[in-house]
Design a protein around this ligand. Structure first.
Ligand SMILES: C[S@@+](CC[C@H](N)C(=O)[O-])C[C@H]1O[C@@H](n2cnc3c(N)ncnc32)[C@H](O)[C@@H]1O
Length: 210
């Protein structure tokens, strides 16, 4: 565990408080209660979605980063003592096929090392017809901003603890075998321009790869 890992985890809620109040909270409030049944959240971070789960059958969270796991453990004890937390990356989920009704990813697909692989894993562990609920900042449709995202992505990944600002996440979700059934485009207010294009939605899988 590096010092930077610890600093990032300790400062995360404070750094995100502006975008959280200005944009993210509204989307979490609307989206997360749609998670029902057996629910998996990847990259749970400090537990920002926990207040918004409502009536799930089971809640399982994964988080690979040790300092984040410590924070999330504490948050779970306060808010969701019945939830299960496992230390694992989204690219290698320690679950059987068809284990969950719903998966949740908020600001995580920007950071996973291998986005197509993480999405294949999500598809594998979701039941046929299972849904992925997501809030992700993405590559800009505006070509000028997208070029700036490409130019500044090296700096962004260093400062943002592995967070990429230029990923075409919606296209990658679709390429992994999901159908987008709900999509809102928004702007992540109170955040630097290169991470402002925001995609909020639901994707559904109807089957599994051979
Ligand atoms: C920007 S934070 C988002 C945290 C939380 N989901 C939220 O909405 O506030 C990104 C999270 O993804 C986690 N992460 C990084 N690499 C990951 C991976 N390969 N698989 C799953 N989560 C990962 C980080 O440790 C961090 O907790």
């Amino acid at each position: 565990m590096s010092v930077w890992d610890r600093i990032f985890a300790a400062g995360y809620d404070r750094v995100m408080s502006g975008p959280e109040k200005a944009t993210l909270r509204t989307h979490r409030e609307a989206l997360i209660p749609q998670a029902k049944g057996r629910v998996l959240e990847i990259g749970g971070g400090t537990g920002a979605n926990l207040p918004f789960y409502d009536g799930v059958e089971t809640l399982t969270l994964t988080e690979p980063d040790k300092p984040m796991v410590h924070r999330l453990e504490r948050r779970l004890q306060e808010r969701s003592p019945g939830a299960l937390l496992l230390r694992a990356p989204a690219e290698d989920l320690p679950f059987e096929d068809n284990s969950f009704d719903v998966a949740v990813s908020t600001l995580v697909l920007c950071t996973v090392d291998d986005q197509p692989r993480a999405l294949r894993e999500l598809r594998r562990v979701l039941k046929p017809g299972g849904r992925l609920l997501f809030i992700e900042h993405v590559r800009a449709d505006d070509q000028r901003l997208a070029r700036w995202q490409d130019r500044l992505n090296g700096l962004q990944t260093r400062l943002g603890h592995g967070c990429n600002c230029n990923r075409p996440t919606i296209e990658t979700i679709t390429a992994a075998g999901f159908e987008i059934t709900q999509l809102d485009r928004d702007v992540l207010r109170k955040a630097p321009p290169i991470v402002r294009p925001l995609a909020v939605g639901v994707a559904q899988t109807n089957g599994h790869p051979a």
